[in-house]
Design a binder for this molecule. Sequence first.
Ligand code: PRX
Length: 657
Amino acid sequence: MTEQGISNLSHEDRHFDPPAELAANANLKAEAYDRAAADPLAFWAEQADRLSWGEPFTEVLDWTNAPFAKWFVGGTLNASYNCVDRHVEAGNGERVALHFVGEPEDDTRDITYAQLKDEVSRAANALIDLGVQTGDRVAIYMPMIPEAVIAMLACARLGAPHTVVFGGFSADALSSRIIDCDAKVVITADGGYRHGSASALKPAVDEALLKCPDVTGVLVVRRTGQDVDWTEGRDVWWHDVVDAASPDHTPEMFDSEHPLYVMYTSGTTGSPKGILHTTGGYLVQSAYSFWSVFDHKPDDVYWCTADVGWVTGHSYIVYGPLANGATQVLYEGTPDSPHKGRWWEIIEKYKVSLFYTAPTAIRTCMKWGEQIPAEHDLTSLRILGSVGESINPEAYMWYRDNIGGGRTPIVDTWWQTETGAHMISPLPGVTSGKPGSAMTAIPGISAEVVDDAGKPVANGEGGYLVITEPWPSMLRTIWGDDQRYKDTYWSRWEGYYFAGDGARKDEDGAIWLLGRVDDVMNISGHRLSTTEIEPALVSHPKVAEAAVVGAADETTGQAVVAFVILRDSAVSGGQGDGHADIVQELRNHVGKEIGPIAKPRTIMIVPELPKTRSGKIMRRLLRDVAENREVGDATTLADTGIMDKITAGMTAAKNDD
Ligand code: PRX
């Protein structure tokens, strides 16, 4: 994507002004940039007024112990109250919060704010009965059903930080996260509907909990009705305990810095990092950005296709939209179940006006063809969003023309699990958007592109993306590892948050993201690190050594490509024979260790790996091989002939599932 991004940049001169009516009525107008820049803390204090506070805050930011920030110091609030109760109190209890659409056809359910309040209160009371107290961690491993949202809000209501683990992750990934944050209770379901069938979740929880003796309760939603194993004294059905619980629960106000959730994400080394978000600052920025970047109005119908297991689902399904009292679609399944027009059918039915998805999904729809969306009335749409990776100009234009009818602005939102909320994005009523650029930092945020010495690059040049001032929804630390937090994000340049992305400023100062500069891959908008997949491969008895790189992929942005040295005992009949089986075996093994999303697209069985004299694998060279490029400078290798051996002796197998 990087090279394509740069070359496109050099001849991309299209830009699209906001429609006049949208510009005239936009929530946030151009003046906000200057106002925020003149006094960022006053600007954020103003945004904090979007929320209902128990005690007002006395200081906007305490940065004296940088990089450990405190936002809205002294203020108290309850995130669940802000997302639910206050809308009911304001007289909007009959407004639909969630238009739930299950994957099986005609399996739909509308939930109003008043109903959501009752459900969240019941779930909170049930969690109390399961022994959950303020400060306890609760793991959530759920399909995309309303109970996932209810579970998160119930935890927030009790001040019990949740850690949502993506339902596509394996039992091992689940147990390592439960152990890392020491969760006491797990909320799950028997299964969910994906790709046209019921896919089980509970067995993975049962397997994970063999390693987690400290989990005392498992709350299980019956979604599919499939058979489940049951551990008496630990497992309880949601319909037994939540339905029977009282719908009255008075939310307690917590300190602004009270932990709200831990979200695990991939880093460059070792185990996934538990990114900690706290309550006040996170909720202010997710609410503000939802309101401004999507220009949310009370009669909008919003839909974000992300899963609640990722940060996008946290900030732009749960906290941002609900804090704004939005009406949204929540869809359980895949875009092609039971047919490839499912998404467009849903948009037509619910008259979705704000739609947020990922470039990888857009490219998949492009492949399916424009005749599919053309069969549906998509004229309700007024703003389209993109997240997860740069949207290449071709996908941008396809999205704008075929989904947005050539009228809708596209907001290409750059942000991260760590940033908690949007950071760089066009404003739909202000910005003249360029296809492929996330444009500029939103009002209140200060971003810069710097060189190796930490100096801002000139327009037209590339470098590293940094955030130069603290922001309300910034991560507060890595769970249990303050030092890793400092080292990972704040050590490269004094006072700057280093995001790990390369970027370029064009001649107008607009920012073009150029992908990660570290060993993190971006597969379908999801972060995976080479250093997570390599140990998963090496844990297979037939593997001696493994190196993993991300290679450009037409649909998923990047794809996992693994180079594997087999143990002698596994090599029968020499290189090249019988490898199809082992390749499939290794892919399945990675799927089991981490999750299907981490399965390598390609596994190359090689005789050796390129290493420097100090033993570091030179992934750069492997990336050249994986992307079919001429291999770059190999002079620092311990054995300079190794790349020839690799390209000559290699057998490759490609799988597309
Ligand atoms: O590399 C950037 C890419 O995704 C990374 C963050 O991944 P994650 O924490 O999983 O969060 C994904 C959803 C926010 C970033 O470091 N990325 C995300 N959005 C964009 C992007 N790259 C370019 N343009 C974007 N709009």
